[in-house]
Design a protein around this ligand. Structure first.
Ligand code: F6P
Length: 342
């Protein structure tokens, strides 16, 4: 059997570990051949391939990014998208696809599989950890470690100058990175997209921290919003899946803190540094296991499924179920963190 592999959506640490595991087990245990598709769904859509075999995946386990490249191309909104994909798979003699991606990439895999009979197995990835079917996605642990280290560093400079430091982390729809890194880094407030925040309350926490002669660090997820304002978003461009790209909440909040408390505030936007570089040991472990189980599913002909972590076990779930609902932060978990605010 010849298996196509692609990585779609925002990249994240661990993608190469999945590719390596799929190819190593697929070639060595099952005798399958592989074709790499470049840049997510753009690869099979435009027939952009790269050779993929055991030598090609040597040494890539600790490397961030993806050797296959990625994009947010949605082939379902391209002219004749499904037909072109089918033609290219036939031309390349590819029998099945392993699609490694987040909600959008896997949503496409679910439809191609269910509605058009294209044989797909999905592997979930996102630093945001917001896919409901799996306990964790790889990339998340690395992002949390990077954000935590940044918060540690920001505490010391904040204290030297007695300033408030606002750290904006990724997370458009879910505040998992903010919550985990904020708790691990001892943030004095954590603001997440799931709960609108009250600017007065945040300023009260900031002031109470200053009163104890410590400088506050506020962690804000990029998708967090104040109770009364839509006007905080600078950039409303959309990607090909129609998602709004948000930016600017950290800076907006630092300005409000300065105005209302009279204290200096600075903003650090961590941005793509959270997605770059070498994966943590946990992410390598999870990505490798996902890869091994994904090629098992392909070999067994269990298409239309996605691998997922449940506890310590890797299970298979229908791709349609995997992408049906975002996993957002449970209010009880968020409330738990509130003990440390202020
Ligand atoms: O979905 C992963 C993610 O990293 C989000 O947290 C972030 O909002 C988005 O991707 C950024 O996307 P891009 O790299 O296209 O700007």
């Amino acid at each position: 059997m010849r298996v196509g592999v692609l990585t779609g959506g925002g990249d994240c640490p661990g993608l190469n570990a999945v590719i390596r595991a799929v190819v190593r087990k697929g070639a060595q245990t099952y005798g399958h051949d592989f074709t790499g598709y470049r840049d997510g769904w753009r690869g099979p859509l435009e027939g952009r391939t790269v050779p993929l075999d055991v030598p090609a995946v040597r040494g890539i386990l600790p490397r961030g990014g993806t050797i296959l490249g990625s994009s947010r191309t949605n082939p379902l909104s391209a002219d004749g998208g499904v037909r072109r994909i089918k033609e290219n798979l036939a031309k390349d003699e590819v029998d099945a696809l392993v699609a490694i991606g987040g909600e959008d990439t896997l949503g496409v895999a679910a439809r191609l599989s269910d509605e058009y009979g294209i044989r797909c197995v999905g592997v979930p990835k996102t630093i945001d950890n917001d896919l409901s079917a799996t306990d964790y996605t790889f990339g998340f642990d690395t992002a949390v470690n990077i954000a935590t280290e940044a918060i540690d560093r920001l505490h010391t400079t904040a204290e030297s100058h007695m300033r408030a430091l606002v750290v904006e982390v990724m997370g458009r729809h879910a505040g998992w990175i903010a919550l985990h890194a904020g708790l691990a880094g001892g943030a004095n407030a954590i603001l997440i997209p799931e709960q609108r925040f009250d600017v007065d309350q945040v300023c009260a926490w900031v002031e109470s921290r200053f009163r104890t002669r410590y400088a506050p660090v506020v962690v804000v997820a990029e998708g967090a919003m104040p109770k009364d304002g839509e006007a905080v978003l600078k950039d409303d461009s959309r990607d090909s899946f129609g998602h709004v790209r948000l930016s600017g909440i950290g800076e907006w909040l630092a300005k409000r803190i300065e105005e209302r408390t009279g204290k200096e505030a600075r903003t650090t936007v961590l941005g793509h540094v959270q997605r770059g570089g070498t994966p943590s040991a946990f992410d390598r472990w999870l990505a490798t296991r996902f890869g091994l189980h994904a090629i098992d599913a392909v070999h067994e002909g269990d298409f239309g499924t996605m691998v997922a972590l449940r506890g310590t076990r890797i299970v298979r779930v229908p791709l349609t179920e995997a992408t049906a609902r975002l996993k957002t932060v449970d209010p009880a978990l968020y409330a738990e963190a509130g003990v440390f605010f202020g």
